[in-house]
Design a binder for this molecule. Structure first.
Ligand SMILES: Nc1ncnc2c1ncn2[C@@H]1O[C@H](COP(=O)(O)OP(=O)(O)O)[C@@H](O)[C@H]1O
Ligand SMILES: [Mg+2]
Length: 254
């Protein structure tokens, strides 16, 4: 029976690409208003797992429940309609375009005659920047062009957009990849903002030092298997790092 209190629950998920078994009997849960850190080495299967959640891939076997309802049909559109949004590092925000256009791309505000409400879109973008994202810099406005934002700010916009459109579960797959330390700090603050907004997130990284401060719980994926799960209250950052090192070295975890 699925857990009624979980936001997302995956039970007995298997996925292979050809001969290669990428996910083997994976059980994975995200609670309401919970930030889950999904960690593991490159190639562990983290991205494949989230692509199953977002409907990019179909599992070979296993069940998925979202808010207690079984997901029987997998598509990116459906997962978005359910309230699941993904923030990719390489996510193509239109580089040459303004923030307001990016935020409402594909979800334009129109009046009853079908005309675009650009004034309203700009007004709402301003709200997202200040209220949802807590941007304080006057340098960033709804008319700012995406390409002049830093990497961390772009991630912030993508998260703000997801919150604005009421995503229940925001998935961040290596959102700090290629970012400087100060930019990474910003992204981590944005992830904490998801928590403050009462929503849930899956934060994927192979860097425990980034995941530890923001996540409530850690799930370790190792070569397609769940190798361990820990509440933050059960484990210190150092212990978690040691476990990961041991896992990489011996293939086992105490
Ligand atoms: N579309 C695909 N076709 C074939 N193999 C894939 C595909 N996607 C991922 N893989 C393989 O699955 C394994 C897990 O990949 P991935 O889920 O991206 O790992 P992670 O995100 O943890 O680094 C890797 O060995 C990868 O090469
Ligand atoms: Mg990956």
């Amino acid at each position: 029976m699925p857990d009624k209190d979980a936001l997302l629950e995956m039970i007995g998920i298997y996925k292979s690409f050809g001969e290669v078994e990428v996910l083997i009997n994976v059980n994975f849960k995200v609670g309401k208003n919970e930030i889950v850190g999904l960690v593991g080495d490159n190639g562990a299967g983290k991205s494949t797992l989230i692509k199953i959640i977002t409907g990019v891939h179909r599992p070979d076997k296993g069940e998925i429940y979202f808010k207690g309802k079984k997901i029987t049909y997998h598509s990116v559109e459906l997962s978005r309609d359910l309230g699941i949004e993904t923030v990719y590092q390489e996510r193509a925000l239109g580089e040459q375009q303004t923030l307001w256009r990016n935020i409402f791309m594909g979800r334009e505000i129109r009046d009853r005659f079908g005309f675009l409400r650009i004034d309203k879109e700009k007004e709402e973008t301003e709200k997202i920047l200040r209220k949802h994202m807590g941007f304080t810099s006057k340098a960033i406005t709804p008319d700012s062009i995406v390409k002049y934002l830093s990497g961390g700010e772009k991630q912030g916009i993508a998260i703000g957009r997801a919150l604005y459109f009421n995503a229940e579960l925001i998935i961040l797959d290596e959102p700090t990849m290629g970012l400087s330390l100060s930019e990474t700090k910003k992204v981590l603050d944005f992830v904490l903002n998801i928590k403050k907004n009462g929503k849930s997130a899956i934060f994927i990284s192979h860097n425990i030092y980034y995941v530890y401060p923001v996540a409530d719980r850690f799930v370790i994926l190792d070569r397609g298997h769940i190798a361990g799960e820990f509440l933050k209250s059960e484990i210190s950052q150092e212990e978690l790092v040691n476990k990961m090192v041991e896992l990489a070295r011996t293939g086992k975890m105490e």
